[in-house]
Design a protein around this ligand. Structure first.
Ligand SMILES: [Cu+2]
Length: 78
């Protein structure tokens, strides 16, 4: 069994969050992605901090997930 130890962090600048529930929806959606280790979405700053395994999941997939949930990603910072 191979366990990947790679780990990266990205901060997503989110758009369309209206309340804490929106933040939770986005966080839960991102947590379902394979390779995502932890997610912290803060409604007041519209920032989503994600710790992930870059060998398993790409930022593009996170952005797609956010968009599928009805929100948007303005930009991101690695
Ligand atoms: Cu909301």
């Amino acid at each position: 069994m191979v366990i990947s130890m790679a780990e990266k962090k990205v901060t997503l600048m989110l758009e369309g969050l209206h309340c804490g529930h929106c933040a939770e929806t986005v966080a839960n959606g991102l947590k379902k992605l394979k390779g995502v280790r932890s997610v912290e979405v803060v409604y007041t700053t519209s920032k989503g901090k994600v710790v992930y395994d870059p060998d398993v999941v790409k930022v593009d997939e996170m952005i797609k997930t956010v968009k599928d949930l009805g929100y948007d990603v303005k930009s991101f910072k690695e």
